[in-house]
Write a protein that binds this ligand. Structure first.
Ligand code: NI
Length: 253
């Protein structure tokens, strides 16, 4: 009974609304916007300025990318070597991680020890940024005759627990040096090197950062500090996996 009455009452209410004689509220007319030729021209100027600026920034970014991709394939490539534990390794074993590659030799009196200490500090810096597990530090020897698996095992542990030492046949070493454009020479013949273990190997000094796909990302010279190198590696990783805002992308930062 109550429900029926309630329903009826609702219908009446609806009917009342339907036939309501109250006129609908008339929208308040908005005053005409004062658009004159002056503002049209100003808007056009500002608009085309913004478009031009965007296009300029876009062209700049594309050019930067082009330079990067052109510069990439020149350094690095496949290699087959043996690590300091005696395990055969290829470049493909490191896919999905960054390789930080240094070429040197264990008999080097000063430069290699200093550079490998720097590499240890770079790894510590990266650890502080929680990025170290994605980076594999390694030294490829330029002196395979003296740098045996055992010599490398004793050597790498002096610098960083994660440092990998790589050696191979003289042929394999000469191939990987060629691919990384590394110059390495003792200036002696094989026979002269056999005659004496007391010689130095002149070699190129760089840290190469190879990306998760095995291609070159960056290289860092001897003059760079460990802070500069670790910052460069972190930047390369952020550029690739990105936490950049759209604003930074627009401005090519
Ligand atoms: Ni050296």
């Amino acid at each position: 009974m109550f429900a029926r009455r309630f329903g009826l009452w609702t219908r009446v209410g609806t009917r009342n609304r339907k036939y309501s004689t109250t006129p609908p509220p008339t929208p308040t007319p908005t005053p005409a916007a004062p658009i004159g030729w002056g503002s049209v021209v100003a808007l056009a100027v500002v608009g085309s300025g913004a478009v031009a600026l965007y296009q300029y920034q876009r062209a700049k970014r594309l050019k930067a990318l082009e330079i990067k991709s052109v510069g990439r394939p020149d350094i690095g490539g496949p290699f087959t070597l043996v690590d300091h534990t005696g395990k055969p390794v290829t470049d493909a074993d490191f896919r999905g991680r960054y390789m930080l590659v240094y070429f040197g030799f264990t008999y080097c009196p000063d430069i290699c020890p200093a550079e490998l200490q720097k590499m240890g500090r770079v790894m510590d810096d990266l650890k502080a940024k929680n990025l170290d597990e994605f980076v594999v530090p390694m030294m490829i020897t330029v002196d395979p005759r003296r740098d045996t698996v055992k010599a490398l095992a004793n050597y790498v542990k002096e610098y960083h627990p994660r440092l990998i030492g790589l050696t191979g046949t003289p042929q394999q070493i000469s191939e990987v040096c060629k691919k990384y454009r590394v110059y390495a020479s003792s200036g002696l013949t094989e026979a002269e090197m056999e005659a004496s273990d007391d010689y130095l190997v002149d070699h190129t000094i760089f840290f190469y950062l190879m990306g998760p796909d095995g291609a070159i990302r960056e290289y860092f010279g001897k003059q760079m500090t460990s802070e500069e190198v670790s910052a460069g590696i972190a930047k390369s990783m952020l550029d690739e996996f990105g936490t950049k805002s759209w604003w930074d992308r627009l401005w090519g930062k």
